[in-house]
Design a protein around this ligand. Structure first.
Ligand code: GLA
Length: 733
């Protein structure tokens, strides 16, 4: 009986139901939130609400709406406005029809809902033009437990000829409040994800990239929008979004004459007109959205939960502690240097060794960044016994082995560049401008896609002991153009490049579901969910300076989880900044992400060596809480008070790990005090300081406190000097 019931339940859940005609409220719901649209035959799709779930009757259709100025039309927010009729602002869609008509008038046609599984409900809302055979589907996926709603868009048409798609957003959000505070991210190489908050005034604020590759280095396609007050951690209404797309993007925030804010998010229409044949379908990437009525802390936890399950690879498995060779060896190594590094890394208890750049190229050896990219054969002079020898050696020391590649790129000085000049991105007869001495391969071309896949495949095939690939991409796209795309489709380049990349990722994941892959692009140049989906983690920045990392990781972890945030202890003075920072502080910062090391292990001398080995062992004990726990932030490094503090709490609230950092000099008498968050008030916890240098700073070290006490009275820590830090392990008794 039970079986019949569950079969019935499955059949019902697998069925979608379609609603058409007349007027209906479309409710897109998660466990805690609700988005309400209204679809009525021959009417625009209206956007009524997105916020906490409302119980009881929804009266939206009875709401009075003001008249549109100078017209007799009603004014209401559209859920997906196209350019045409009375829409004067930045539209989600702009087309030119085959007959030259510039306007589009989308109306509701029907919608359907289906349960993809017990956690994901998909709603497809179909719109069509009033006159032209143009069809637009809005696809919403509501992730119940994680309170994430993704929106993507598909367009097709049956006009007789080619439809010119000039602007097609993944999502449009109309909000209304007294004021809007936008937090977005900016930066540059080694300075990514710097958070900036600004109040939006009348006009348009645009966050975009036109760089194609390394598109998240200077900006990020993620935003946090706080209503009526600057962003708070645990209070206030917050809307947040992150576009899952690895190319050009544009998020635009427009405050109009009514005081309403329209947020249009999607791929960047810049130089990207799309010529769409009849019946062809054009898909837009997913915009991931979440809402919190309790501040941005909840936004981060929603995204992290979602990411571990849906937005990355192997988010349910502990990620290993890595020693990466880059800052310890750069290009300057041979077999003996590397085996010595491997031996020393093993002594620390590190779990994986990664051989970075510099291992390949023979005719054009990769001894610097000026040669060899494209020629993915092991350099016989540096590594005469090949990669398998190193990988075996690593495995014999009890560690996993990983290796670096940058398969989308080619140095002019390479065999590949000479063999396949037609594979290189080039704007007609113009010069191909090098960046970091390299050119870009044209991934719109299926032959190049094959080459990139084969590169991955062949590199991995060098040894059965390769368990990790660091995939890098170290330049932007400029002087754009493709020898493969026809001349009337050159503007498809930006879109097709990314689709080509995804095709390769797909093939790789089909063949290698278990391999771990790091997403790197000169550090944090590809930190977004379109690419992360195929990867295990990203390299957040080439800047390993612990002080800067506090800011970079704060910004990054607003959206992306710590399990995916490669965070390495490097040497002092730091190679990027010259700053000297104590080893303890460097570990205390790196341990808050996926811990690793980025140094020559033999450079650690005296008691540093012992400290590092102990910290690595400690990380293994706290790792489940850091990598799978909930992040609570107490003090933002941007607060201006010179401290930063956050903690991770295990889902069952039995364990927590607390971090506090002093990031400036506070004078002798000031001390740091903060209340903890996220614990169970009814549990008792033992609080133990870890990573102790000389003596514990937490004077109550080892005492037992109630969760309620820790969250109301908090802890006091004498960390007033720059680079003082404390890590506390909090364990249920
Ligand atoms: C990029 C990466 C670094 C390193 C170098 C190697 O800059 O971000 O981590 O791999 O390339 O050339």
């Amino acid at each position: 009986m039970k079986k019949i019931f569950s079969i019935l339940a499955f059949i019902l859940s697998a069925c979608s139901f379609v609603v058409g005609q007349n007027s209906s409220l479309i409710k897109i719901q998660t466990d805690e939130t609700m988005m309400v649209l209204s679809g009525a035959t021959n009417q625009k799709l209206e956007f009524y609400y997105w916020g906490d779930k409302i119980s009881g009757k929804l009266n939206f259709t009875e709401r009075k709406q003001k008249n549109q100025p100078d017209t007799n039309d009603e004014m209401f927010p559209q859920a997906y406005p196209s350019y045409g009729e009375r829409f004067y602002l930045t539209p989600a869609l702009k087309l030119t029809h085959v007959d030259g008509v510039l306007t589009t008038d989308l109306i509701y046609d029907k919608h359907s809902m289906r349960n993809i599984d017990s956690n994901i409900v998909e709603t497809t809302v179909s719109l069509k033009d009033k006159i032209y055979p143009v069809y637009v589907d809005l696809i919403f996926k509501a992730y119940q437990k994680e309170n994430i709603i993704s929106q993507s868009v598909k367009i097709r048409h049956e006009e007789k000829g080619i439809l010119n798609v000039e602007n097609i957003a993944s999502s449009y959000l109309p909000l209304h409040a007294k004021s809007y505070y936008l937090t977005h991210f900016s930066g540059t190489w080694a300075h990514e994800m710097q958070a900036t908050e600004e109040k939006l005034n009348r006009g348009i604020k645009v966050i975009e990239s036109k760089k194609g590759v390394r598109a998240t280095q200077a900006e990020n396609p993620s935003f946090i929008l706080s209503l009526d007050t600057p962003m708070q951690e645990d209070a206030g209404e917050i809307y947040a979004g992150s576009l899952a797309w690895s190319g050009n993007y544009k998020l635009s925030f427009e405050v109009d004459e009514t005081g309403r804010l329209g947020i249009t998010s999607g791929i960047n229409p810049f130089a990207s007109n799309f010529k769409l044949n009849a019946k062809e379908v054009l898909d837009m990437p997913e915009m991931l959205l979440t809402y919190s009525s309790n501040g941005v802390g909840k936004v981060s936890r929603n995204f992290h939960d979602w990411a571990r399950k849906y937005g990355m690879q192997h988010g349910d498995k502990e990620h290993p502690i890595i020693l990466n060779s880059w800052e310890g060896a750069y290009f300057d190594f041979n077999e003996a240097t590397i085996t010595e590094m491997i031996d020393n890394a093993a002594k620390f208890g590190v779990e994986m060794f990664v051989l970075d750049d510099g291992w390949f190229g023979n005719k054009f050896p990769r001894n610097g960044d000026n040669a060899g990219l494209g020629d993915w054969q092991v350099n016989n002079t540096k590594l005469p016994n090949g990669i398998d020898y190193l990988a075996k050696h690593t495995v014999s020391k009890g560690m996993q082995f990983g290796i670096w590649i940058e398969p989308e790129m080619v140095n002019p000085d390479s065999e590949l560049a000479h063999k396949h000049p037609e594979w290189i991105v080039q704007s007609g007869k113009r010069d191909i401008l090098p960046m970091r001495n390299q050119w870009l391969l044209d991934l719109t071309n299926p032959k190049v896609q094959d080459f990139v896949f084969d590169t991955f495949d062949e590199v991995v095939s060098q040894s059965p002991h390769i368990s990790y690939i660091k995939w890098d991409a170290n330049r932007h796209i400029d002087n754009v153009g493709s020898a493969y795309l026809p001349k009337d489709k050159q503007s498809h380049f930006w879109y097709e490049y990314v689709q080509g990349l995804y095709k390769v990722y797909e093939r790789i994941r089909q063949k290698y579901p278990d391999i771990q892959i790091q997403l790197c692009s000169s550090g944090g140049g590809r930190v977004e969910y379109g690419a992360l989906k195929y990867h295990d983690e990203f390299w957040a920045s080439d800047n390993t300076n612990a002080l800067d990392r506090i800011f970079i990781q704060y910004g990054t972890n607003l959206f992306f989880p710590s399990i995916a945030t490669g965070s390495h202890v490097s040497t002092s003075p730091n190679h990027q900044t010259g700053m000297m920072i104590p080893l303890k502080f460097r570990f205390d910062v790196a341990m808050s992400g996926r811990l690793g090391m980025e140094l020559q292990p033999k450079d650690l001398i005296g008691d540093e060596y012992e400290f590092a080995a102990k910290a690595v062992a400690t990380y293994k004990a706290i790792r489940p809480t850091i990598q799978f726990g909930d992040l609570y932030r107490m003090v933002s490094p941007y607060s201006g008070n010179g401290w930063a503090s956050h903690m991770y709490v295990a889902k069952d609230k039995k364990e927590a790990v607390f971090f506090a950092y002093s990031i400036e000099n506070h004078g002798r008498t000031e001390y740091f005090e903060t209340k903890l968050k996220g614990l169970d008030p009814n549990k008792n916890y033992k609080v133990t300081e870890i990573n102790i240098q000389d003596y514990p700073k937490f004077t109550e070290n080892g005492n037992v406190f109630s969760g309620d006490y820790l969250m109301k009275a908090g802890v006091i820590l004498p960390i007033g000097n720059p680079f003082d830090s404390v890590v506390l392990q909090i364990t249920e008794q």
